[in-house]
Design a binder for this molecule. Structure first.
Ligand SMILES: Nc1nc2c(ncn2[C@@H]2O[C@H](COP(=O)(O)OP(=O)(O)OP(=O)(O)O)[C@@H](O)[C@H]2O)c(=O)[nH]1
Ligand SMILES: [Mg+2]
Length: 199
């Protein structure tokens, strides 16, 4: 849930990149940081904690295009933690206070089971944190479209997009689908916040 910093006149929104290990979550965030955020006023450093076992990646920024909500500037905080099964407790924690999720799926055929498992894990962990996945702004990105052994979008959609979330094809390594995913989740979050009661 977004929180307000009255002094800075900012509303803070939290977006979490979630998905199977090696699907491209970190690559998405690095692309956003390098290509869209670094030059923005008010962007933080890219915090990377390679020494910690959770390898949390984090930064926040004020996107130009989002504008104000009730006189408050919107600051977005982007987070990810590794998709490997062993990091489940970190993944559960990172979902606390979230406003939206970008689920980065790996399009390769042999990763289908892991995509499905990661989505179930997201559903479970959201529930543990008191969220219903149907009510959280959710975007699905079918990443690694450049590789040869990939499932069709129709197959991925049938397996992963039972919630009818906005979905995009991606090649995060070159930025394809990256900003589309982030912009779409940002818009969905702003719509929720504008429609909500006073915070
Ligand atoms: N070919 C290709 N490789 C990609 C793409 N996106 C990411 N990669 C590569 O896939 C590997 C894993 O990407 P990461 O971004 O580290 O994946 P992750 O989801 O953060 O992985 P964990 O943090 O371990 O869960 C890296 O070698 C990336 O360069 C893509 O669209 N196409
Ligand atoms: Mg990562």
């Amino acid at each position: 849930m977004a929180f307000i910093n009255q002094e800075a006149k900012e509303i803070h929104c939290k977006v979490v990149y979630y998905g199977p290990s090696l699907g491209g979550k970190t690559t998405n965030m690095q692309w956003v940081y390098q290509n869209a955020v670094k030059k923005h006023e008010g962007a933080s450093e890219l915090f990377d904690f390679p020494a910690s076992p959770e390898r949390t990646l984090f930064f926040d920024f004020l996107p130009f295009e989002v504008g104000e909500i009730r006189g408050l500037r919107t600051r977005f905080h982007l987070y990810t933690v590794p998709g490997q099964v062993v990091y489940d407790s970190s993944r559960r924690l990172i979902l606390k206070g979230l406003d939206g999720v970008i689920f980065v799926a790996d399009s390769q055929l042999e990763r289908m089971d892991e995509n499905i498992e990661a989505l179930k894990n997201l559903e479970r962990n959201l529930e543990v944190q008191g969220y219903d996945i149907k009510e959280v702004p959710l975007i699905i990105q079918y990443n690694k479209r450049d590789l040869p052994n990939i499932a069709s979008v129709a197959e991925l959609r049938a397996a992963l997009n039972k919630y009818n979330a906005p979905d995009f094809e991606g090649n995060a390594a070159i930025g394809r689908g990256v900003m589309e995913s982030l912009r779409t989740v940002s818009k969905a979050i702003v719509t929720v916040l504008k429609g909500g009661e006073g915070q």
